[in-house]
Design a protein around this ligand. Structure first.
Ligand code: CA
Length: 232
Protein backbone atom coordinates (compact mmCIF):
# COMPACT_ATOMS: atom_id res chain seq x y z
CA UNK A 1 0.00 0.00 0.00
CA UNK A 2 1.46 3.35 -0.97
CA UNK A 3 2.11 5.85 1.78
CA UNK A 4 -0.29 8.76 1.79
CA UNK A 5 0.94 12.33 1.81
CA UNK A 6 -1.16 15.42 2.33
CA UNK A 7 0.35 18.45 0.60
CA UNK A 8 -0.92 21.72 2.08
CA UNK A 9 -0.04 24.58 -0.26
CA UNK A 10 -2.07 27.40 -1.79
CA UNK A 11 0.28 28.12 -4.70
CA UNK A 12 -0.90 25.81 -7.42
CA UNK A 13 2.38 25.74 -9.30
CA UNK A 14 4.15 24.52 -6.17
CA UNK A 15 1.54 21.95 -5.17
CA UNK A 16 1.41 20.63 -8.73
CA UNK A 17 5.17 20.27 -8.84
CA UNK A 18 5.20 18.46 -5.51
CA UNK A 19 2.26 16.22 -6.40
CA UNK A 20 3.79 15.25 -9.74
CA UNK A 21 7.12 14.30 -8.20
CA UNK A 22 5.67 12.57 -5.15
CA UNK A 23 3.40 10.44 -7.33
CA UNK A 24 6.36 9.59 -9.48
CA UNK A 25 8.05 8.41 -6.27
CA UNK A 26 5.02 6.15 -5.64
CA UNK A 27 3.32 8.11 -2.90
CA UNK A 28 -0.41 8.67 -2.82
CA UNK A 29 -0.88 12.45 -2.87
CA UNK A 30 -3.74 14.68 -1.75
CA UNK A 31 -3.71 18.46 -1.92
CA UNK A 32 -5.28 21.00 0.41
CA UNK A 33 -5.19 24.60 -0.80
CA UNK A 34 -5.96 26.29 2.51
CA UNK A 35 -5.72 25.66 6.24
CA UNK A 36 -9.35 24.78 6.77
CA UNK A 37 -9.28 22.16 4.03
CA UNK A 38 -5.99 20.85 5.44
CA UNK A 39 -7.50 20.09 8.85
CA UNK A 40 -10.55 18.50 7.27
CA UNK A 41 -8.54 16.29 4.91
CA UNK A 42 -6.08 15.33 7.63
CA UNK A 43 -8.97 14.05 9.74
CA UNK A 44 -10.61 12.22 6.86
CA UNK A 45 -7.59 10.75 5.12
CA UNK A 46 -5.32 10.09 8.12
CA UNK A 47 -2.22 10.65 5.96
CA UNK A 48 1.16 9.11 6.76
CA UNK A 49 2.78 12.53 6.46
CA UNK A 50 1.75 16.17 6.06
CA UNK A 51 3.80 18.60 4.00
CA UNK A 52 2.67 21.96 5.32
CA UNK A 53 3.27 25.39 3.85
CA UNK A 54 3.07 28.06 6.56
CA UNK A 55 1.67 30.96 4.56
CA UNK A 56 -1.89 29.87 3.87
CA UNK A 57 -5.29 31.46 3.43
CA UNK A 58 -8.16 30.80 5.89
CA UNK A 59 -6.12 29.23 8.68
CA UNK A 60 -2.35 29.80 8.77
CA UNK A 61 0.10 26.93 8.76
CA UNK A 62 1.23 27.31 12.37
CA UNK A 63 -2.35 27.07 13.57
CA UNK A 64 -2.86 24.02 11.38
CA UNK A 65 0.27 22.48 12.92
CA UNK A 66 -0.96 23.16 16.45
CA UNK A 67 -4.42 21.79 15.69
CA UNK A 68 -3.01 18.62 14.11
CA UNK A 69 -0.82 18.00 17.15
CA UNK A 70 -3.76 18.13 19.52
CA UNK A 71 -4.79 14.61 18.62
CA UNK A 72 -2.29 13.28 16.11
CA UNK A 73 1.33 12.16 15.85
CA UNK A 74 1.31 12.39 12.06
CA UNK A 75 4.76 13.43 10.85
CA UNK A 76 4.71 17.07 9.71
CA UNK A 77 7.29 18.74 7.49
CA UNK A 78 6.79 22.49 7.30
CA UNK A 79 7.66 24.59 4.28
CA UNK A 80 8.91 28.06 5.04
CA UNK A 81 9.99 30.95 2.86
CA UNK A 82 13.00 33.16 3.30
CA UNK A 83 12.57 35.51 6.22
CA UNK A 84 10.33 33.11 8.11
CA UNK A 85 12.98 31.78 10.48
CA UNK A 86 10.88 32.62 13.51
CA UNK A 87 7.90 30.73 12.11
CA UNK A 88 10.16 27.78 11.46
CA UNK A 89 11.30 27.73 15.09
CA UNK A 90 7.72 28.10 16.33
CA UNK A 91 6.62 25.33 13.96
CA UNK A 92 9.21 22.92 15.38
CA UNK A 93 8.16 23.87 18.90
CA UNK A 94 4.56 23.16 17.98
CA UNK A 95 5.56 19.65 17.02
CA UNK A 96 6.62 19.73 13.37
CA UNK A 97 9.24 17.07 12.63
CA UNK A 98 11.35 18.82 10.05
CA UNK A 99 11.30 21.73 7.63
CA UNK A 100 12.32 22.73 4.14
CA UNK A 101 12.95 26.28 2.95
CA UNK A 102 11.61 27.81 -0.23
CA UNK A 103 12.95 27.76 -2.83
CA UNK A 104 13.55 24.04 -2.34
CA UNK A 105 14.76 21.33 -4.65
CA UNK A 106 12.36 18.46 -5.19
CA UNK A 107 15.16 16.06 -4.44
CA UNK A 108 15.65 17.63 -1.01
CA UNK A 109 11.95 17.43 -0.21
CA UNK A 110 11.86 13.77 -1.23
CA UNK A 111 14.90 12.98 0.90
CA UNK A 112 13.36 14.62 3.94
CA UNK A 113 10.04 12.87 3.48
CA UNK A 114 11.78 9.54 3.16
CA UNK A 115 13.86 10.23 6.24
CA UNK A 116 10.92 11.28 8.40
CA UNK A 117 8.86 8.28 7.30
CA UNK A 118 11.73 5.93 7.95
CA UNK A 119 11.98 6.86 11.62
CA UNK A 120 10.03 3.99 12.98
CA UNK A 121 9.16 3.35 16.61
CA UNK A 122 9.58 -0.39 16.05
CA UNK A 123 13.06 -0.42 17.59
CA UNK A 124 11.77 -0.02 21.14
CA UNK A 125 12.02 -3.11 23.28
CA UNK A 126 9.52 -2.38 26.04
CA UNK A 127 6.15 -4.02 25.75
CA UNK A 128 4.67 -1.90 28.54
CA UNK A 129 1.81 0.24 27.41
CA UNK A 130 2.39 2.96 29.97
CA UNK A 131 5.92 3.91 30.98
CA UNK A 132 6.57 6.18 33.94
CA UNK A 133 9.52 8.43 34.52
CA UNK A 134 10.74 10.98 37.05
CA UNK A 135 8.64 13.98 38.01
CA UNK A 136 5.26 12.40 37.27
CA UNK A 137 6.18 11.80 33.68
CA UNK A 138 3.99 9.31 31.83
CA UNK A 139 4.32 7.98 28.34
CA UNK A 140 1.53 6.01 26.71
CA UNK A 141 3.00 3.92 23.90
CA UNK A 142 -0.37 2.99 22.42
CA UNK A 143 -1.93 6.44 22.32
CA UNK A 144 1.53 7.96 21.82
CA UNK A 145 0.82 10.54 24.48
CA UNK A 146 3.14 12.08 27.03
CA UNK A 147 1.98 13.73 30.22
CA UNK A 148 3.91 15.64 32.83
CA UNK A 149 2.03 16.29 36.06
CA UNK A 150 -1.16 15.53 34.16
CA UNK A 151 -0.43 18.08 31.45
CA UNK A 152 -0.32 16.59 28.00
CA UNK A 153 2.68 17.65 25.92
CA UNK A 154 2.60 18.28 22.18
CA UNK A 155 5.57 16.29 20.93
CA UNK A 156 6.70 15.60 17.42
CA UNK A 157 7.13 11.97 16.39
CA UNK A 158 10.87 12.36 16.74
CA UNK A 159 10.68 13.92 20.21
CA UNK A 160 8.30 11.19 21.31
CA UNK A 161 10.56 8.41 20.01
CA UNK A 162 13.60 9.99 21.63
CA UNK A 163 11.89 10.29 25.00
CA UNK A 164 10.57 6.75 24.64
CA UNK A 165 14.07 5.40 24.13
CA UNK A 166 15.50 7.32 27.10
CA UNK A 167 12.61 6.30 29.36
CA UNK A 168 13.05 2.64 28.57
CA UNK A 169 16.75 2.86 29.48
CA UNK A 170 16.84 5.11 32.57
CA UNK A 171 20.33 6.16 33.59
CA UNK A 172 21.99 4.77 30.48
CA UNK A 173 24.11 7.28 28.64
CA UNK A 174 23.48 7.41 24.90
CA UNK A 175 26.03 8.90 22.54
CA UNK A 176 24.73 11.22 19.86
CA UNK A 177 25.58 8.62 17.23
CA UNK A 178 23.60 5.98 19.09
CA UNK A 179 20.61 8.29 19.30
CA UNK A 180 20.88 9.06 15.59
CA UNK A 181 20.96 5.40 14.77
CA UNK A 182 18.19 4.28 17.11
CA UNK A 183 15.77 7.19 16.89
CA UNK A 184 16.41 8.69 13.48
CA UNK A 185 17.03 5.17 12.23
CA UNK A 186 19.70 6.08 9.74
CA UNK A 187 22.82 8.14 9.41
CA UNK A 188 21.48 11.67 9.38
CA UNK A 189 24.44 12.70 7.21
CA UNK A 190 26.41 12.31 10.43
CA UNK A 191 24.78 15.47 11.69
CA UNK A 192 24.71 15.16 15.46
CA UNK A 193 23.47 18.72 15.75
CA UNK A 194 20.06 17.32 14.88
CA UNK A 195 20.26 15.37 18.14
CA UNK A 196 21.23 18.44 20.14
CA UNK A 197 18.45 20.59 18.73
CA UNK A 198 15.80 17.92 19.23
CA UNK A 199 16.97 17.27 22.80
CA UNK A 200 16.85 21.00 23.45
CA UNK A 201 13.26 21.25 22.26
CA UNK A 202 12.27 18.18 24.24
CA UNK A 203 13.85 19.56 27.41
CA UNK A 204 12.02 22.85 27.00
CA UNK A 205 8.73 21.02 26.65
CA UNK A 206 9.44 18.81 29.65
CA UNK A 207 10.36 21.81 31.78
CA UNK A 208 6.69 22.57 32.39
CA UNK A 209 6.83 20.95 35.82
CA UNK A 210 6.55 22.87 39.07
CA UNK A 211 9.26 23.45 40.07
CA UNK A 212 10.89 23.12 36.63
CA UNK A 213 13.23 20.13 36.39
CA UNK A 214 15.60 18.76 33.80
CA UNK A 215 15.08 15.04 33.35
CA UNK A 216 17.42 14.78 30.40
CA UNK A 217 20.98 15.65 31.27
CA UNK A 218 24.00 16.11 29.06
CA UNK A 219 26.98 13.94 29.92
CA UNK A 220 30.02 15.91 28.93
CA UNK A 221 31.94 14.53 26.02
CA UNK A 222 29.58 11.57 25.63
CA UNK A 223 25.92 12.33 25.10
CA UNK A 224 22.68 12.29 27.05
CA UNK A 225 20.82 10.30 29.65
CA UNK A 226 17.60 10.37 31.58
CA UNK A 227 18.17 11.26 35.20
CA UNK A 228 16.35 9.43 37.94
CA UNK A 229 16.37 12.46 40.21
CA UNK A 230 13.13 14.21 40.90
CA UNK A 231 14.82 17.58 41.20
CA UNK A 232 17.85 18.96 39.42
CA1 CA B 1 1.70 29.74 0.56
Amino acid sequence: MPQRILVVEDEESVSNLLAYNLRKAHYEVHIAADGRQALQLARELMPDLVLLDLMLPEIDGLTVCRELRRDSQVPIIIITAQGEEIDRVVGLELGADDYVCKPFSVREVLARIKAVLRRTPAVFPSSDKIISGPGQLWLDTEKREVKVQKNQLALSKLEFDLLHLLLTHPGRVFTRDELLEQVWGYDYAGDTRAVDSTIKRLRTKLRTTHPPADFIVAVRGIGYKLTQDEAS
